[in-house]
Design a protein around this ligand. Structure first.
Ligand SMILES: [Zn+2]
Length: 446
């Protein structure tokens, strides 16, 4: 297929040839000719980006298929321009040993897009069989209990880092120190009580502690869903990598009056001033990547008191559209959007051949038209979760999304019958004799 006259993230106009599963050529617009029988797509005036690699998604299967399934969650991903999702281990059974990994792999066979599967850490952990499997990363390791009661203490965390280093597997950390939660907020019943309870200080202290343990062991950790500018800075200054979610970029405690417990998640929403400073760090490059922490619950489950409602919000389908709208509004550059959603996640987690629009790379591509404007509407989304915290937000949704050369989603047309592959199984995605992708036609700075 030949994609004609696309505008890349850096503003250059290019023709892009897709050869099988890979990008075969990237050349100045108007210089590539379609071969006999080759399909073409006109991309004039539209942005062509590498597909988003969302390293933090809770697909809920096995165990909670009423919230989400691999089929529904990866359709939602594709419709939002996400071409690789990384599933988290707090399912039932939790993905903490080899047999549980194998059970999850049966469900993952339903994935429309490519994927990774993380393994988790729990008390009494016996990880030997887990590390035999093609894990994406170890994590998120919870330094405090969250959904699934998978919290661990510092000694176990240290042991987990050691095992992961031996296995050559990256580690991601959910950093909140429960000993620093504000117990006095327990007397309140309003939705903001959750944010008052799980304090900013509890996050910052846990980030510092995780980075300290990692530095002592001479390893790197990746801090998941940092919600405070102080937590981001602590991770960055320690030489670790850090991700931020769309809800911590675009929502704050001021929205909780309207959101109620739909705005309850871990870590919680912060004050408006902190939200703006988080977004500043996303825009200026201090933050390494955006990941969604897509954590669907039904609205019936969310319709509960602030101390009973489950934590988590859906977000895999809206992340890139919200970022593209922010780029159009000049709040963050298109190149930053590309780096945050694709290039950096691929580099940090060692995902080969993904994250760039460049010859030799997987043809994981998204086309979006900045000339179109849409508001996020829950009823138009494809997750099994029947609501969104971003209702009414300005967004630019993809026209189509391609995974390894197959258009898996096209707006107005729906989804292709396609099977994603585990990105940690090279044999599954390697289409045969291959030259490793050369450094990108489109360069990227972290
Ligand atoms: Zn988490």
């Amino acid at each position: 297929m030949l994609i004609r006259n696309a505008t890349l993230a850096d503003g250059r106009r290019r023709d892009v040839r897709v050869d099988g599963e890979r990008v075969g050529a990237v050349a100045a617009a108007g210089t590539l000719d379609a071969a006999a029988g080759e399909g073409t797509r006109d991309a004039t005036g539209k942005r062509l980006l590498p597909g988003m690699i969302d390293v933090h998604v809770h697909l809920r299967q096995p165990g909670f298929s009423h919230k989400e399934t691999w089929a529904t969650g990866t359709r939602s991903a594709a419709a939002g321009g996400v071409t690789t999702v990384v599933d988290q281990p707090n399912t039932d059974p939790p993905t903490v040993d080899g047999p549980a990994f194998d059970r999850k792999a049966e469900f993952a066979a339903d994935a429309l897009v490519d994927y990774g599967v993380n393994g988790g850490v729990v008390d009494g952990w016996e990880p030997a069989t887990l590390f035999d499997r093609p894990l994406f990363a170890l994590g998120e390791v919870f330094l405090a209990d969250s959904t699934g009661n998978m919290g661990v203490d510092t000694a176990l965390f240290s042991q987990a880092l050691d095992r992961a280093r031996t296995a050559g597997v990256p580690v991601t950390v959910h950093a909140e120190d429960a000993s620093l939660f504000n117990e006095s907020a327990r007397g309140r019943e309003d939705a903001d009580a959750w944010s008052a309870y799980r304090t900013a200080r509890a996050e910052v202290a846990a980030v510092e502690q995780a980075c300290q343990v990692a530095r002592e062991q001479g390893v790197a950790v990746h801090i998941a869903h940092a919600s405070t500018p102080e937590g981001i800075d602590a991770a960055h200054e320690a030489g670790m990598t850090v991700e931020v979610t769309p809800h911590h970029m675009f929502l704050s405690r001021g929205d909780l009056g309207e959101l109620g417990t739909d705005g309850r998640m871990n870590p919680p929403l912060r004050r408006e001033r902190r939200r703006q400073r988080v977004l500043d760090r996303v825009a200026d490059g201090t933050v390494d990547m955006v990941a969604t922490d897509h954590a669907p619950h039904t609205s019936a489950e969310k319709d509960a008191g602030v101390w009973e409602a489950p934590s988590g919000v859906p977000g895999v389908e809206t992340a890139l559209p919200l970022l593209l709208a922010a780029a159009r509004a000049d709040r963050v550059g298109y190149e930053r959007v590309r780096d945050l959603t694709a290039t950096n996640p691929a580099e940090v987690f060692g995902v080969e051949r993904k994250g760039r629009v460049a010859e030799g790379y997987d043809a994981d591509l998204v086309l979006a038209d900045p000339g179109t404007s849409t508001e996020v509407r829950a009823e138009a989304l494809h997750t099994r979760c029947d609501w969104t915290p971003f209702e009414g937000h300005d967004a630019i949704f993809p026209e189509w999304t391609m995974v390894r050369g197959t258009v898996v989603y096209e707006r107005g047309e729906g989804f292709a019958d396609h099977r994603g592959a585990n990105v940690r199984r090279p044999e599954a995605t390697d289409g045969g004799a291959e030259t490793r992708g050369r450094e990108g036609d489109e360069g990227a700075g972290r």
